[in-house]
Design a protein around this ligand. Structure first.
Ligand code: COA
Length: 707
């Protein structure tokens, strides 16, 4: 099917027809025409109404074929039963885009008709936005083709929204919050044009400096990942996603599965893409306004100027959370602020100009920070005190915000009573990044910093490795032949051998005599585990014995494992026992990989062992990955300091962890028959001493749900 990929005609149409333009001012079909007219759009406006007449002062046509001029968009605002015919009428008019406002399609189960609409439209080289949307706004040509508010403030933030109601409300909110919009697009059912298409367009749109996406669900996540990655390298992208429930993690047969709640995976993957996630709509708008208007800092050095120690400490804590580096060259700081900081103040960052600080002192301190090229960004804090003149402070803020504008980023936070709060509202209206909460002031700078860091990180390419696919396939085929949905331990270990992930030495013993012989060869102490396709949870069935020191203990353990397992699962077919090396202690980690329904192959790494689901200290990433991305994933974890070595311990073998993540990711990517791999624990030793994959579970695709 032919599809034009360039959406320029959607955002810069020469003419717009509104099919279903109503004479009734209460109707959506009227409001859209009126918004287009009032918005100042200079292209052709063609209301289509069977009865003709005038709609919002514009002459109405009975059909698109009556219009002689070019039409690039046909907006459909007729009831669902008439939509298909309306679209058919557009096919011979060389219209480029159809924008379907009408509800009543796939969102209520009417999938077939929606598909048919797209098929007919695409066949006539028309793209479809919607259905079930409020329309779109494009500031470049002053086109307000929505039935939302009339008065939209033009600017540089573009919004893509899946929710119509939230999108319309956002338009109002942007006005209140003084956020200028470049575009706002409602995607609704995404029958044809989706976030990926729109992101591609907005990435190249020179009017757009920051992109905000409101998402509810993710379709075709793999493509979205690549587009988001590309977009976030060019412009800051902020995502707000609802649906933080643990749904989707249900029915999982592995830790990777149960920890991979839809939201956790989404959260980590958009981080991987360099996208900033906002918690609330308010926060998302604040971030976008700042990101669209602020300079990118030249370096990492952040300075806090405050008149109160408490807020200074809060800001310093927030800087750590958002990865902002506090500038700490003491000599330079003292030289810079010697004329401003009183003797009883502090030159240590946060620079404390003390509770008696006047607006003039703030002015001097901010001017000094601006002049110093070693300081790359500034957070200015103020607590209302007796000597704090809110009005004079506002003047200083205004003046300095202007002075900083083209040179370095600055954010402000003031905390106080009614007059202060009113000051914040007024300054915000004028476009100053000022907040009552310290956290908001820091998070804006943090987002800017992460946009910059992401650009640096993206310079690394993904690691590619070759694995022995045909040997792995043989093992999988044999399991499938026996109608198994999982691999037996020795099969999983064999796969680990093939990709050179170290597993404890082991062998299968079919009798007591063979068990004693194998233990002699491997060397004591020994672990013994039952081998049976009918027993998955070995310890629950009493099929596991550890730390066996000699022949006598092997004999006793063998007898008790056989007795316990037969008692626990009477009909189990027991093939024998596995005799394995007892491994020496190290740090227990978990590495997993699975095929995510939205994002395709994903890998997981975190703190392993039996408490994995209690600690939930794990991170996810879409595969493939660069070394730098894997390092970032590892360093985000709470237990990362343990890998670096705490209290005089040596650093652990992080290189082996990275290699194992890559190998497990490569297996899941190149073997579609595998649904889920999990190594838990992967016991990691000191740097240079490697790691052992103690327990490896591999689930197969076809029968996974039944395990
Ligand atoms: N060609 C041209 N005009 C037509 C037409 C056709 N095939 N069929 C109907 N019309 C005219 C009607 O005569 C009417 O004009 P009039 O009021 O001057 O007589 C106008 O189009 C609208 O038709 P009407 O039958 O009155 O529809 P409606 O306004 O009640 O509802 C929708 C139309 C699209 C608004 C409605 O079906 C709908 O889907 N509403 C939900 C929209 C929504 O919420 N979208 C998601 C937002 S996030």
């Amino acid at each position: 099917m032919k599809k034009q990929n360039n959406l320029t005609s959607l955002f810069e149409p020469r003419g717009v027809a509104i099919i279903g333009a109503s004479h009734n001012q209460e109707k959506i079909g009227y409001q859209i025409v009126d918004n287009i007219v009032q918005g100042g759009y200079q292209g052709g406006i063609f209301p289509i109404n069977l009865k003709g007449g005038k709609v919002a002062g514009m002459p109405a046509y009975s059909s698109v074929h009556e219009v002689i001029s070019d039409i690039d968009i046909a907006i459909i605002a007729v009831p669902a039963r008439h939509v298909l015919d309306s679209i058919k009428s557009c096919t011979k008019k060389n219209i480029k885009n159809i924008v379907i406002i009408t509800s009543g399609f796939s969102e209520i189960g009417n999938i077939a008709e929606e598909k048919q609409i797209v098929k007919i439209a695409n066949a006539a080289d028309m793209r479809v936005l919607g259905p079930n949307i409020f329309g779109l706004y494009s500031s470049k040509i002053k086109l307000n083709a929505t039935f939302g508010p009339q008065d939209i403030k033009p600017g540089h933030v573009s919004i893509i929204t899946q929710s119509g109601a939230i999108g319309i409300a956002m338009i109002g909110k942007t006005k209140v919050e003084n956020v200028g919009l470049a575009n706002i697009i409602s995607v609704g059912n995404k029958a044809d044009i989706d976030e990926v298409d729109l992101l591609e367009y907005l990435t190249t749109d020179e009017n757009t400096r920051a992109i905000l996406m409101y998402l509810e669900g993710v379709k075709g996540g793999h493509k979205l990942i690549n587009t988001l990655k590309a977009a976030a390298l060019k412009k800051p992208v902020v995502v707000i996603k609802s649906g933080r429930s643990a749904r989707g993690a249900a029915a999982a047969a592995s830790h990777t599965g149960s920890l991979a709640g839809a939201d956790e995976v989404f959260d980590d993957i958009i981080k991987q893409c360099g996208v900033i996630r906002a918690e609330t709509i308010d926060q998302s708008l604040q971030l976008c306004r700042f990101l669209a208007s602020s300079q990118i800092p030249k370096g990492q050095n952040t300075l806090i100027i405050t008149n109160g120690g408490g807020v200074g400490v809060m800001a310093a804590d927030a800087c750590e959370k958002f990865g902002l580096q506090l500038y700490d060259d003491q000599v330079d700081l003292e030289k810079t602020f010697e004329k401003v900081v009183p003797k009883f103040g502090s030159f240590k960052n946060p620079v404390d100009i003390t509770g008696g600080a006047s607006a003039k002192m703030y002015d001097q301190a901010l001017a000094a920070a601006l002049k110093n090229n070693n300081i790359n960004s500034v957070i200015c804090l103020g607590c209302e005190t007796a000597s704090f003149d809110a009005e004079k402070f506002a003047d200083t803020v205004r003046k300095q915000d202007k002075a900083y504008h083209n040179l370095k980023p600055i954010t402000f936070s003031i905390f106080g009573g009614e007059q202060v709060e009113q000051g914040i509202v007024d300054l915000r209206k004028q476009g100053t990044p000022i907040y009552s909460d310290v956290y908001d002031a820091v998070s804006c700078l943090g987002a800017l910093n992460s946009f910059k860091q992401n650009k640096l990180l993206s310079q690394n390419s993904a690691i590619e490795i070759e694995i022995n696919k045909s040997e792995i396939r043989n093992i999988l085929n044999s399991a499938k032949k026996h109608k198994r949905s999982f691999l037996l331990a020795y099969e999983a270990q064999r796969i680990m051998d093939l990709v050179e992930v170290s597993v404890p030495a082991s062998s299968i013993a079919k009798s007591m005599r063979q068990a004693i012989e194998a233990a002699g060869k491997i060397g004591y102490p020994i672990a013994m585990k039952v081998v049976s396709k009918d027993i998955i949870h070995k310890s629950d069935a009493g099929g596991l014995a550890l730390d066996l020191e000699n022949k006598q203990e092997i004999i006793e353990a063998h007898e008790s494992i056989m007795y316990n397992c037969k008692k626990h699962v009477p009909n189990a077919h027991i093939e024998g026992v596995e005799i394995a090396e007892m491994i020496k202690p190290g740090i227990e980690t978990i590495i997993g990989a699975r095929r995510d329904p939205s994002f395709g192959p994903i890998v997981m790494f975190g703190m392993g062992g039996i408490y994995v689901e209690v600690m939930k200290d794990v991170a996810f990433r879409a595969y493939p990955l660069s070394r730098a991305e894997i390092m970032k994933m590892i360093s985000e974890l709470k237990f990362y300091p343990m890998l670096l070595g705490v209290r005089g311990e040596s650093e652990k073998d992080i290189e082996t962890i990275i290699n194992t993540i890559v190998k497990v990711g490569a297996i899941i990517t190149s073997c579609p028959d595998i649904a889920d791999i999990e190594i838990n624990p992967l016991v990691v030793y000191d740097k240079g001493e490697g790691a052992k994959a103690v327990d490896v579970r591999i689930l197969l695709t076809t029968l996974q749900e039944t395990v």
